[in-house]
Design a protein around this ligand. Sequence first.
Ligand code: FES
Length: 338
Amino acid sequence: MPKLRTVAVLAGAALLTRRALRNRIQASPLWPMPALENPTSGRPRSRALKLVVASRKTVAEGVVQLRLEGRDLPRWEPGAHLDLVLPSGLVRQYSLCGDPADTSSYTVATRLVEGGRGGSREVHEQVREGMALEVRGPRNRFPLVEAQSYVFIAGGIGITPILPMLRALGDNAEWRLLYCGRSPESMPFLEEVEKLGRNRVTVVAGAPDLDALDVPEEAAVYCCGPEGLITAAQDRFPRVHLERFTPHAAHGTAFEVELRRSGRTLTVAADSTVLAAVRAELPNTAYSCEQGFCGTCQQRVLEGVAEHRDELLTDAERADSILICVSRARSDRLVLDM
Ligand code: FES
């Protein structure tokens, strides 16, 4: 596998003083914010915090790192992510890549995705130092399990949830990292990762050959990166721990959806979503994350059997509700209360 040379692309940015930031936070009438409500049940969904962007800096080509300051922030474990509510109201998830012991700030990084769904562009073009942002979480669906050894596979910005794991394991555990990217300049935290790993880090340009990776039977394998890397890791390591940073395609077979109150019936194509079909008819239908975690698109199911693919609804909620951005139908037809 071709090796890349190591470079660090760190551009500093002016920081506000800690005191100025504290004053801003304490002056904010929104801090701490009330828990958000589930749009259907009205019960609290999760605690929301209003944090201030203390620093914003470029840490690799097309990658911006934000440090968000608050006080007495909930603790988190390596692998956790934060929901960021962007100025437009879009909600996007970003892995925490700072120090879990720091209860006064959270750090996230985001790559600008050309032709993406708009969240990364908003972070890059509109989020500035001193701005207040609402966050929810942290939550962890990618926790570090106990294992005799670890193999990490990271693609580009996929290094962000893995970096705190490497710091936590340090020299006290056996681990190796395969870190791939388009070029060294595009790979965030490359210098730190190489320092942490010394001879345990392999840096690869382009798509790695996972078949060439020698992985001990007892090793826990973790992968975060673009969809192609995730799929290759799943094929090679059936028990791999995965973290996606783009929505998993919510596709399947076609079915019909009746919108009872609107008196319309639609077909959801095999390669589309209920949300896309509904928005073609009702463009004002609310949605945000399109990944099944924010709850904005929740609708009541009046008839039919839903196939739930979200990460949010409880079993009780699933009895009569659906998140239409990711979930589909097990029956030929679903009837929604909209
Ligand atoms: Fe966020 Fe559907 S839009 S759960």
